[in-house]
Design a binder for this molecule. Structure first.
Ligand code: GLU
Length: 465
């Protein structure tokens, strides 16, 4: 059997967005499932809008998501000679011709068609003029005027196009740069692509591309057009709906495995399973289970998945991921072991690395600052005595572990005839600055004796006015 070869060909005119990443993922999974080859190709023929920064941003995002490629990146701007060769073939066989219509003339013609309520279409004025190369001339495809072109889409089924609706598209602009529809066909032919999996916004381009394959007498690849991703208002996903760039989600503290799992379910399903490991995805992925209707981006489900993956990871593996967020908050570096211990207390309570980094604050600072409302309510003079007794009892502890801490606390509260909660909440405020935190004994265990005693003493000072 012929090996499966797919490609992901982003245009480097901006960052990698959610829709592009999903397309890349579907190609990658399909290829890995079949043990094929996945090619990365940069479609940089729009020389004005393509940038080095965008290329880097796209490659970074692919790497962050773990979507590795077997070949490339290829750059279309380095392949102009190849396109030329195929253009010559089309010209020789009469499937292409030079056209000297000026943009102004084309525009005039377009306006006239619109004014008469006709669909604007190139009128084929230069078709049979037998023009040769010359300044300001483009090369157009001689599109068949009769018949229909059928796209047998693996996801959508057969789609018929009336050739009379298609016009003689430009293959090469007057600056010698090929157009997308032409370059993409030549790349897919010369790279032996077997499956073209892309967004269904490209469906209208596909009959034009099919006709070029046919003019070159080359077999077609299989096409699979994946329905769009919509925002919750069912409009095409855009900035209005929130972040659309993959790397923005990295900055927002999402994990790549959460994004992969989230993206795959935008359009693909496997029964009602929601959580998939990468291995499971490779094992189960198939184009048959890609849906026919658009999917809706659901930020709440995404954050739910992220929280799941945040809990599923080892605390140790989260340390290097969290460190840049801590550094951005200007916390001094702490030993990995300390960070891991602190992270473990926050994994069940946070949804993303930003939230986690914020919640880490009291573990990172020398002295906490009190939430005013919490301090007013809990750090009151009647706590001075219990705190002093607690400090004395904790000072004498040889082993500063959860069990000993708990009995020290219980000793103090029962001696003073109080309830544990009466002292625990003020202690929490003293140690963390707020009333919301992981369990008291967990945080004491992480902070360690020295920091705990210092904070309790500070609280006594504070309460003493
Ligand atoms: N450069 C095109 C895009 O980013 C590629 C489309 C295709 O896969 O053919 O939309």
């Amino acid at each position: 059997m012929q090996p499966i070869i797919t490609r992901f060909p982003p245009s480097p005119t901006g960052f990698l967005h959610i829709g592009g990443a999903r397309t890349a993922l579907f190609n990658w999974l399909f290829t890995r499932h079949h043990g094929g080859r996945f090619i990365l190709r940069i479609e940089d023929t729009d020389v004005v809008r393509s940038t080095e920064d965008a290329i880097k941003a796209i490659l970074d995002a692919m790497e962050w998501l773990g979507l590795d490629w077997d070949e490339g990146p290829y750059f279309q701007t380095q392949r102009l000679a190849i396109y030329r060769e195929y253009l010559n073939r089309l010209l020789e066989r009469g499937h292409a011709y030079y056209c000297e219509c000026t943009p102004a003339a084309l525009e005039e013609h377009r306006q006239a068609a619109l004014a008469q309520g006709r669909k604007p279409k190139y009128d084929g004025r230069c078709r049979d003029r037998g023009l040769g190369p010359g300044p300001n001339r483009v090369i157009r495809f001689r599109c068949p005027q009769l018949g229909t072109t059928v796209l047998n889409d693996l996801i959508k089924g057969p789609i018929l196009f009336d050739n009379a609706e298609l016009d003689d598209l430009v293959l090469e602009r007057s600056d010698g740069i090929p157009t997308y529809n032409f370059a993409v066909v030549i790349d897919d032919i010369t790279m032996n692509i077997t499956h073209v999996i892309r967004g269904d916004d490209h469906v209208p381009n596909t009959p034009r591309q099919i006709l070029i394959y046919q003019a070159l007498d080359v077999p077609l690849p299989s096409f699979a057009h994946v329905p769009m991703i919509l925002g919750q208002d069912r409009a095409k996903l855009s900035k209005r709906h929130g972040a659309t760039s993959v790397m923005a989600y990295k900055e927002m503290g999402y994990l790549p495995e959460a994004l992969i799992n989230y993206l795959v379910r935008l359009g693909w399903s496997h029964g009602d399973q929601e959580i998939f490991s990468r291995e499971e995805l490779i094992q189960h992925f198939s184009l048959e289970n890609v849906g026919k209707s658009p999917s809706v981006f659901d930020p709440e489900k995404f954050i739910w998945l992220n929280a799941h993956y945040l809990r599923a990871r080892s605390a140790e593996s989260l340390v290097p991921l969290l460190e840049p967020f801590l550094a951005a908050r200007e916390h001094p570096k702490k030993p990995a072991e300390y960070l891991a211990k602190a992270i473990r207390t926050l994994q069940p309570r946070t949804h993303d690395l930003v939230e986690m980094a914020d919640a880490m604050n009291f573990y990172m600072v020398q002295d906490v600052s009190y939430d005013p409302a919490a301090a007013k309510k809990f750090l009151t003079p009647n706590m001075i005595e219990p705190f002093k007794k607690l400090i004395a009892s904790l000072e004498s502890l040889e082993l500063f572990n959860e069990a000993n801490l708990e009995s020290a606390f219980h000793g103090v509260v029962s001696e003073m005839g109080l309830k544990l909660g009466k002292v625990a909440q003020p202690a929490r405020v003293a140690l963390t600055g707020s009333t919301v935190s992981p369990g008291l004994f967990e945080i004491i265990d992480v902070l360690g004796k020295e920091a705990v005693l210092r904070r309790l003493r500070k609280a006594v000072e504070y309460m003493s006015g």
